[in-house]
Design a protein around this ligand. Structure first.
Ligand code: SAH
Ligand code: SF4
Length: 378
């Protein structure tokens, strides 16, 4: 059941909202663009120029492509589109975190969050509208409406952030979005093909040109796809672990019933062997009196033995109606101390953007909130 959720999946290269005549260029691979242009008798160097306009200059109209003749621009506009989602909301937190609610042509919406820090800027992007999984501590998991995002819709979130942050044409050291994490709405490995395509586009050296080390996919544990990701993608891996015993993990991260810890751990060892110089990020949400005891911390140390990991302790972010409380500061630090004493790097995630419901696990599209009257915002 969990393996193949029955949700609508757009074609890999196309956008859900595009019309038949105007194919969205955002989301197409370089080869697809080259072939499509060849079909219009345009030479391969045009594809290169186009790529540069789309992913280095960030233009949104064919008219801006000044190194193309007027008839060429007209021909492109006749066949293609440069689609971005519509920004339905733009919220700025007191701490500088920014959240955009993005709407697609079919009325679906996702959220994208930018988290500026002293030494980096992390963009947290969504891979699905909602999520088919139902981790008990996660707001997104309560959203009923679910569909996969196309590669164009995933990449489009990064392009929109660059539009809004005004960072096209900036040198690498002046960039605001330096890291991408698939930690927004959805389970990225249940939308593997589009997420893989999006990673390919975002790490293309002639385009957005992010290093694979700066892109992280977070998964609740879709084991077969973790192996595939290790073999094919080479981006960073983050695992939403949250519990060290099957009994509890079955309850709070229900995908564990399909792929329990004894199947998840070998996949992590496989990843670590494939990328020996990287560390796997282990995410662990701190739930008061649920998973935060000292014996949980010791069990975590045992489970991680032999794996190059960094354990990120995430203070639980409440959402309206959520059934948990966050562990006390004292408890979180005690837990961290036990891991640190066993030489595990253990940053405690600082909660960001809570005032605009942009923190981890608080994302849920506005339209869904309005529809689902159960959820009260204030
Ligand atoms: N579906 C993927 C990625 C999105 S969730 C995954 O589960 O990994 C991103 C991270 O936020 C995950 O580690 C998730 O467990 C965590 N999270 C979800 N709800 C949370 C909450 N209410 N408080 C803190 N972290 C939460
Ligand atoms: Fe889905 Fe991740 Fe939320 Fe679980 S934590 S419901 S997998 S988005």
């Amino acid at each position: 059941m969990l393996d193949a959720p029955l949700i609508k999946t757009p074609e890999c290269s196309s956008d859900a909202a595009e019309d038949a005549q105007h194919r969205n260029l955002i989301g197409m691979s370089r080869d697809e663009i080259r072939d499509a242009l060849a079909g219009l008798s345009l030479e391969p160097f045009r594809a290169k120029q186009l790529w540069n306009w789309l992913y280095v200059r960030g233009v949104r109209s064919f008219d801006a492509m000044s190194n193309m003749s007027k008839p060429t621009r007209a021909m492109l506009a006749e066949h293609f589109a440069i689609d971005r989602a519509e920004i339905r909301e733009d919220a700025l937190s007191e701490d500088g975190t920014r959240k955009w609610l993005l709407g697609f042509g079919d009325k679906n919406e996702v959220e994208t969050v930018f988290i500026p820090e002293a030494d980096r800027g992390t963009l947290c992007i969504s891979s699905q509208v909602g999520c088919t999984l139902a981790c008990t501590f996660c707001h997104t998991g309560t959203q009923k409406l679910v569909r996969n995002l196309s590669a164009g819709e995933i990449v489009g979130q990064v392009l929109t952030a660059r539009d809004e942050l005004g960072e096209w044409n900036t040198k690498e050291d002046g960039r605001k979005v330096t890291n991408i994490v698939f930690m927004g709405m959805g389970e990225p490995l249940f939308n593997y093909d589009h997420v893989a395509r999006a990673c390919e586009l975002l790490t293309d050296g002639d385009g957005v040109a992010l290093s694979k080390r700066k892109v992280t996919i977070s998964t609740s544990g879709v084991v077969p796809r973790i192996y595939q990701m290790a073999d094919e993608l080479g981006v960073n891996l983050a695992i939403s672990l949250h519990a060290v015993r099957n009994e509890l993990r079955n309850e709070i991260v229900p995908i564990n019933r399909k792929w329990p810890l004894e199947e998840l751990l070998p996949a992590l060892h496989y990843y670590a062997e494939k990328f020996p110089s990287r560390r796997i990020l282990i995410e662990y949400v701190m739930l008061k009196d649920v998973n935060d005891s000292e014996s949980d911390a010791y069990a975590l140390v045992d489970l991680m033995r032999g794996l190059p990991v960094k354990v990120n302790l995430i203070p639980f972010n409440p959402w309206p109606g959520s059934p948990y409380e966050c562990s006390s500061n004292n408890r979180i630090h005690k837990f961290a101390d036990i891991l640190a004493a066993h030489h595990i790097s253990v940053p405690i995630r600082r909660t960001r953007g809570q005032d605009i419901l942009a923190a981890c696990g608080q994302l849920k599209s506005q339209s869904e909130r309005k529809r689902g009257q159960k959820v009260k915002l204030h």
